[in-house]
Ligand binder design. Structure first.
Ligand code: ZN
Length: 152
Protein backbone atom coordinates (compact mmCIF):
# COMPACT_ATOMS: atom_id res chain seq x y z
CA UNK A 1 0.00 0.00 0.00
CA UNK A 2 1.42 3.31 -1.00
CA UNK A 3 1.10 5.97 1.63
CA UNK A 4 0.52 9.34 0.16
CA UNK A 5 -0.86 12.36 1.91
CA UNK A 6 -0.36 12.47 5.65
CA UNK A 7 -3.68 12.89 7.49
CA UNK A 8 -2.01 15.02 10.13
CA UNK A 9 0.37 17.42 8.40
CA UNK A 10 -0.65 16.98 4.77
CA UNK A 11 2.84 16.07 3.61
CA UNK A 12 2.90 14.16 0.34
CA UNK A 13 4.84 11.03 1.17
CA UNK A 14 5.12 9.90 -2.41
CA UNK A 15 8.27 12.00 -2.52
CA UNK A 16 10.01 9.84 0.02
CA UNK A 17 10.62 6.20 0.61
CA UNK A 18 7.49 4.22 1.34
CA UNK A 19 7.07 3.72 5.03
CA UNK A 20 4.65 3.11 7.82
CA UNK A 21 4.86 6.65 9.04
CA UNK A 22 4.91 10.19 7.69
CA UNK A 23 8.41 11.25 6.71
CA UNK A 24 7.76 14.78 7.90
CA UNK A 25 5.79 14.60 11.13
CA UNK A 26 6.30 10.88 11.89
CA UNK A 27 2.58 10.15 12.19
CA UNK A 28 2.08 6.40 12.30
CA UNK A 29 -0.21 5.40 9.45
CA UNK A 30 -1.05 2.06 11.04
CA UNK A 31 -2.34 3.65 14.23
CA UNK A 32 -3.58 7.03 13.14
CA UNK A 33 -3.62 9.71 15.76
CA UNK A 34 -6.45 12.17 15.89
CA UNK A 35 -5.85 15.75 14.83
CA UNK A 36 -7.44 18.18 17.26
CA UNK A 37 -6.18 21.61 16.21
CA UNK A 38 -3.90 23.11 13.60
CA UNK A 39 -2.55 26.48 12.56
CA UNK A 40 -1.58 26.30 8.96
CA UNK A 41 1.46 28.56 8.60
CA UNK A 42 0.02 30.94 11.18
CA UNK A 43 1.87 29.81 14.24
CA UNK A 44 5.28 30.63 15.54
CA UNK A 45 7.51 29.12 18.15
CA UNK A 46 10.72 29.34 20.12
CA UNK A 47 12.53 26.84 22.29
CA UNK A 48 13.45 29.31 24.99
CA UNK A 49 11.56 31.92 26.96
CA UNK A 50 13.95 34.79 26.44
CA UNK A 51 13.58 38.09 24.66
CA UNK A 52 16.56 37.13 22.52
CA UNK A 53 15.12 33.74 21.57
CA UNK A 54 14.60 33.40 17.87
CA UNK A 55 10.93 33.14 17.02
CA UNK A 56 10.24 31.13 13.90
CA UNK A 57 7.14 30.76 11.81
CA UNK A 58 5.62 27.33 11.72
CA UNK A 59 2.59 25.20 11.20
CA UNK A 60 1.59 23.83 14.57
CA UNK A 61 -0.61 20.80 15.16
CA UNK A 62 -2.21 19.30 18.22
CA UNK A 63 -3.18 15.64 18.06
CA UNK A 64 -4.45 13.35 20.76
CA UNK A 65 -0.83 12.28 21.30
CA UNK A 66 1.48 15.20 20.71
CA UNK A 67 2.20 18.74 19.70
CA UNK A 68 3.91 18.98 16.33
CA UNK A 69 5.79 22.05 15.13
CA UNK A 70 6.78 22.14 11.48
CA UNK A 71 8.85 25.22 10.72
CA UNK A 72 8.05 26.91 7.43
CA UNK A 73 11.76 26.95 6.75
CA UNK A 74 13.20 23.60 7.64
CA UNK A 75 16.91 24.02 7.86
CA UNK A 76 18.70 21.09 6.36
CA UNK A 77 15.60 19.49 4.96
CA UNK A 78 14.15 20.32 1.60
CA UNK A 79 10.51 19.42 1.66
CA UNK A 80 10.93 17.90 -1.76
CA UNK A 81 14.07 16.05 -0.81
CA UNK A 82 14.60 13.01 1.30
CA UNK A 83 13.81 13.48 4.95
CA UNK A 84 16.00 11.34 7.08
CA UNK A 85 15.50 12.61 10.59
CA UNK A 86 11.77 12.93 10.83
CA UNK A 87 11.11 10.77 13.84
CA UNK A 88 11.92 13.04 16.70
CA UNK A 89 10.41 11.65 19.83
CA UNK A 90 11.52 14.51 21.94
CA UNK A 91 12.45 18.08 21.38
CA UNK A 92 15.81 17.42 19.89
CA UNK A 93 15.99 19.96 17.14
CA UNK A 94 16.26 23.70 17.03
CA UNK A 95 15.39 24.00 13.37
CA UNK A 96 13.81 20.73 12.46
CA UNK A 97 10.40 19.33 13.12
CA UNK A 98 9.49 19.18 16.77
CA UNK A 99 7.32 16.33 17.95
CA UNK A 100 6.46 16.72 21.60
CA UNK A 101 4.51 13.83 23.15
CA UNK A 102 1.78 15.09 25.46
CA UNK A 103 2.96 12.64 28.09
CA UNK A 104 6.20 14.67 28.23
CA UNK A 105 4.41 17.94 28.97
CA UNK A 106 4.44 18.85 32.63
CA UNK A 107 2.86 22.29 32.44
CA UNK A 108 1.04 24.59 30.05
CA UNK A 109 1.20 28.23 30.96
CA UNK A 110 0.69 31.64 29.45
CA UNK A 111 3.61 33.57 28.05
CA UNK A 112 4.33 36.30 25.56
CA UNK A 113 6.29 37.10 22.45
CA UNK A 114 6.47 40.82 23.03
CA UNK A 115 2.82 41.85 22.84
CA UNK A 116 1.71 38.59 21.29
CA UNK A 117 0.07 36.06 23.57
CA UNK A 118 1.89 32.77 23.67
CA UNK A 119 1.76 29.43 25.43
CA UNK A 120 4.69 27.86 27.19
CA UNK A 121 4.88 24.09 27.43
CA UNK A 122 7.33 22.71 29.96
CA UNK A 123 8.65 19.19 29.48
CA UNK A 124 9.89 16.43 31.75
CA UNK A 125 13.40 16.86 30.38
CA UNK A 126 13.47 20.50 31.36
CA UNK A 127 12.97 21.71 27.82
CA UNK A 128 10.53 24.37 26.90
CA UNK A 129 8.41 25.04 23.86
CA UNK A 130 6.86 28.45 23.43
CA UNK A 131 4.20 28.77 20.77
CA UNK A 132 2.05 31.60 19.49
CA UNK A 133 -1.19 30.38 17.94
CA UNK A 134 -4.40 32.09 16.91
CA UNK A 135 -6.97 31.35 19.61
CA UNK A 136 -4.51 30.79 22.39
CA UNK A 137 -7.10 30.09 25.09
CA UNK A 138 -8.73 27.41 22.98
CA UNK A 139 -5.30 25.84 22.44
CA UNK A 140 -4.44 25.95 26.13
CA UNK A 141 -7.67 24.21 27.08
CA UNK A 142 -7.35 21.66 24.27
CA UNK A 143 -3.75 20.84 25.19
CA UNK A 144 -4.70 20.44 28.85
CA UNK A 145 -7.60 18.15 27.98
CA UNK A 146 -5.53 16.07 25.56
CA UNK A 147 -2.65 15.87 28.02
CA UNK A 148 -4.89 14.65 30.81
CA UNK A 149 -6.34 12.01 28.51
CA UNK A 150 -2.92 10.96 27.19
CA UNK A 151 -1.36 10.51 30.63
CA UNK A 152 -4.16 8.22 31.76
ZN1 ZN B 1 2.76 14.09 8.53
Amino acid sequence: MANTKCPICGFDNRQTEPGQSCALCAADFREPERKLLETLKKGSYATADKVTAIRMEASIYLTDRRVIVIPLKLSGYGLTGVLTAAAYNKMTSKNGVISLPLTQVTDVRDGKFGFVKALILDTRDGDLLKIAVPGRDEWRDAIERARTAAVR
